[in-house]
Design a binder for this molecule. Structure first.
Ligand code: SF4
Length: 422
């Protein structure tokens, strides 16, 4: 297929450019997408919304992830201005079409299929999603406390001045209510823990599930972070037994906290710093900066390496915060220098950095044109891959793997350029 990025990156394998195009350009909605869900694709967390003839808004399920020929997965992103769309032929084959000019087929596509364990219902009748478990490729994401206390702090200029600038998912909303999470209350409902244990036991028996990632919103006092997550960790571990690897993705905690996580059953930890640049951290992650602090966050990561070992600690970053307000609006060159400085520092100390693109989301400060340009994102990935390659440090499969890396490129670079995790 023709790839717009090819002229800028003539030497990169096609799968990397192909996935980047899908991630950044998106596709238009077509009825074929709804049919794909009927045919067994995993449904997207965000359905397509449109006005029906009745005047009411209707929601239509669409697939979550493209399966790029078994080589990679990519998130399906709907954009009414996109120049690609999916069509289904009479034989049930799905194909990607370019509709920029005269419509033409680009290639056959498939979708990640729905896993059997999704049909399970808890003893009180909840779906796995309502019980706090989501399926992303082969990764089970457990989130029993999605409400983030940084969203609840009020400031002189309005509500939520402490939430991260890119985040729209930490609100206390219907999901947190269903899970029984209460604003300002540290402990979670015992019933929520029982449910997640039930769900995990069923999911772990399904051979398509590969690893578990526990996450959730932040609490205001970092000393409480471990208390919030320990019961969740213990319930998940009881549910999965020793079948699945479990990662704790809380806010950064001190080494004693990491040790308690490990004793409760965590195999690895991922504390997301979001940006390496100190000024960007202050501006874009004010809650993390005020309640934890950048140095304490970094110390927490390094302390976690002592507990879990080299390559068993990760940190996620949002690539591009540095380029836009409220960040310091760095030049692309300064951004690359800062990000690679941070990556080298962390890799040399056993921590794996991962970069997702800044993605403007409704309800945040970013407008549609504020995302990181795709070519700059690839440049960053090339530079970080070179750092990993020089250190023989592939992204470990516990953190992210080709079957769940749906909006990141690290594992695809490692795979395509010959450095895969064992
Ligand atoms: S810590 Fe930041 S990214 Fe995480 S849920 Fe809270 S506001 Fe969102």
């Amino acid at each position: 297929m023709d790839l717009a990025l090819r002229s800028q990156f003539p030497d990169l394998p096609e799968i990397l450019l192909w996935k980047t195009e899908l991630m950044f350009s998106g596709i238009r909605f077509t009825d074929a997408l709804a049919r794909a869900v009927e045919d067994g694709a995993t449904p997207n967390f965000y359905p397509h919304r449109r006005k029906a003839a009745s005047g009411l808004v209707e929601t239509i399920p669409v697939p979550y992830l493209f399966d790029l020929g078994g080589q990679a997965v990519a998130r399906l992103r709907l954009d009414e201005h996109a120049t690609m769309e999916v069509r289904r032929d009479a034989d049930g084959r799905y194909a990607l079409w370019s509709v920029a000019a005269a419509p033409r087929e680009l290639c056959t596509v498939q979708f990640v299929r729905r896993h059997g364990w999704q049909d399970f219902r808890t003893s009180d009748g909840l779906t796995p999603f309502a019980a706090g478990a989501e399926q992303l490729g082969d990764m089970l994401v457990v989130n029993l406390a999605p409400g983030c206390e940084y969203f609840t702090v009020k400031g002189p200029h309005g509500p939520a001045p402490e939430r991260c600038s890119f985040c729209a998912y930490g609100r206390f909303d219907r999901r947190s209510l269903t899970l029984g999470q209460e604003q300002g209350k540290l402990t979670l409902e015992p019933l929520a823990l029982t449910r997640i244990e039930e769900v995990m036991a069923v999911a772990a028996a399904d051979p398509t599930c590969g690893h578990v990632y526990i996450t959730g919103g932040s609490v205001l006092d970092p000393a409480d972070e471990v208390e919030r997550f320990l019961p969740v960790l213990a319930a998940v571990r009881r549910g999965v037994g020793d079948r699945l690897r479990v990662t704790i993705g809380s806010g950064a905690v001190d080494p004693a906290g990491s040790q308690r996580y490990r004793d409760a059953g965590a195999d690895s930890a991922c504390y997301n710093l979001e940006t390496w640049d100190a000024a960007t951290f202050e501006a874009c992650c004010p809650g993390k900066a005020r309640h934890v602090g950048r140095q304490r966050w970094i110390d927490g990561l390094l302390g976690a390496v002592e507990v879990f070992g080299r390559g068993n600690v990760g940190s996620a970053f949002v690539a591009g915060l540095e380029l836009r307000a409220p960040g310091p609006q760095m030049s692309p060159a300064a951004f690359l220098a800062s990000a690679t400085e941070g990556a080298a520092f962390l890799l040399d100390r056993g921590v794996v950095p991962l970069y997702s693109p800044l993605w403007p989301v409704e309800g945040t400060v970013y407008g549609p044109g504020d995302g990181i340009p795709p070519a700059l994102f690839i440049q960053l990935q090339q530079a970080i891959h070179a750092l990993r390659a020089a250190r023989r440090f592939p992204v470990p499969g516990w953190l992210i793997c080709p079957a769940c890396s749906y909006m990141l490129l690290e594992v695809d670079f490692d795979r395509a350029l010959g450095m895969e995790a064992a």
